[in-house]
Ligand binder design. Structure first.
Ligand code: KG4
Ligand code: ZN
Length: 352
């Protein structure tokens, strides 16, 4: 038996769906390297991710990031058993850079390739930290690009989307509200910083799609654009009246609305489906209040809460490698080389 058969496949994963160039290496469910180059600073002056800038940054970062990951893992490229790559959803041009790089590696090295779903990878990554995922499980993924509630029976076979945002993603709401408060991009950490000492009950901002009338059609869907507009209007009226905008109270009250909406819907989904397990992923999970409220609400409802370490919650290559390895272990055949990047890939399609 070779080492790779004994300990699981050695997989290199490439992630380029947004502004992080991630290259991760796993052996089975063991994390060996997680190299990430972010172009976030290049987007800051635009207040959001500029797709062309992200694509160019991926091109420049790809080779050095692959080299860094191999060095950290202590392997040579020829050692890998397979390449995994995000083929969607995400920014089309950004995805293309990763898919092209992964195919070039697969062909050059003569290794199999697995095109994998970015959302399912956010779920699969938790195994690297906490071991096998008890299934079924509910997952809430909240980042700058997505806000989804998923029911996971077996992540290598498919995930069932229960709901998603109908307008802005949760992270996007943080970024937009930060901008209207004059805070830099990315807004999430800034709102968290400014909210310290603020009163979360000072202003009752709306909870999107949470009224009785929304519950039939949109029970597990999110909407954050109304909240953003409500904050904008409140700030404008305060300024017009000549008063100072109480930044800490606005930030704390806004953050409370997002956290409350997210956790109310996630806990409802767990309860409705009799699934007492919730997994969180995505950059918004870094939010102090979201984490605190998740712990509180899950404890109250008897729900086991799983949160991967923050470096694995935000976009990274290790999550792609993790799903690739899990597909191999489950006996899935590699993808054929004719797959493309699919910016709107549904959560139900796990592998290209
Ligand atoms: O997962 P991620 O790194 O990239 C994608 O968008 O896919 O998430 C980035 C998003 C940004 O919108 C950022 O504002 C948000 O996550 N974020 C936060 C916090 N840290 C990052 N949102 C709220 N609170 C935070 N502390
Ligand atoms: Zn993501």
């Amino acid at each position: 038996m070779t080492g790779s058969e004994k300990d699981g496949p050695l997989v290199l994963g490439i992630e380029t769906s947004c502004d992080e160039t991630g290259v991760g290496i796993v052996r089975g469910n063991t994390l060996l390297a997680d190299a990430v180059a972010s172009s976030v600073d290049e987007h800051a002056r635009f207040g959001g991710v500029v797709p062309e800038v992200a694509s160019r940054a991926h091109l420049e970062a790809m080779v050095p990031t692959i080299e860094r990951a191999c060095e950290t893992a202590g392997i040579r490229l020829h050692d890998v058993d397979a390449i995994a790559v995000t083929n969607g959803p995400g920014l089309a041009g950004a995805l293309l850079v990763g898919v092209a790089a992964a195919k070039a590696l697969a062909i050059g090295l003569g290794k199999p390739i697995y095109g994998v779903n970015h959302l399912a990878s956010h779920v699969a990554v938790d195994q690297l930290e906490h071991g096998p995922l008890p299934e079924p499980c509910l997952a809430m993924l909240v980042s700058g690009g997505h806000s989804s509630l998923l029911r996971v029976e077996d992540v290598t076979r498919g995930v069932e989307p229960l709901g998603s945002t109908i307008d802005d993603a949760a992270g996007e709401a943080f970024d937009k509200v930060a901008r209207l408060l004059g805070l830099p991009y990315p807004g999430g950490p800034e709102i968290d910083r400014v909210a310290v000492g603020g009163d979360p009950r000072a202003i009752r901002f709306p909870r999107g799609l949470s009224q009785q009338k929304d519950m039939d059609k949109h029970r597990y869907d999110f909407s954050f654009s109304g909240l953003k507009t409500a904050v904008a209007r409140w700030v404008e009226q305060t300024r017009d009246s000549g008063a100072q905008v109480p930044m800490a109270d606005v930030a704390a009250s806004f953050r409370e609305s997002v956290a409350d909406t997210l956790l109310t819907k996630a806990v409802a989904a767990c309860t409705d489906h009799s699934i007492p397990r919730l997994l969180l992923g995505g950059g918004v999970v870094a939010n102090a209040r979201v984490r605190e409220l998740a712990a509180e609400r899950c404890a109250e409802a008897g729900i086991e809460l799983r949160i991967p370490p923050l470096s694995l919650c935000t976009d990274n290559g290790a999550m792609i490698a993790a799903l690739g390895a899990q597909l191999i272990i489950a006996g899935h055949e590699p993808s054929t080389l004719d797959f493309g990047a699919d910016s709107t890939l549904p959560a139900t399609i796990i592998q290209a």
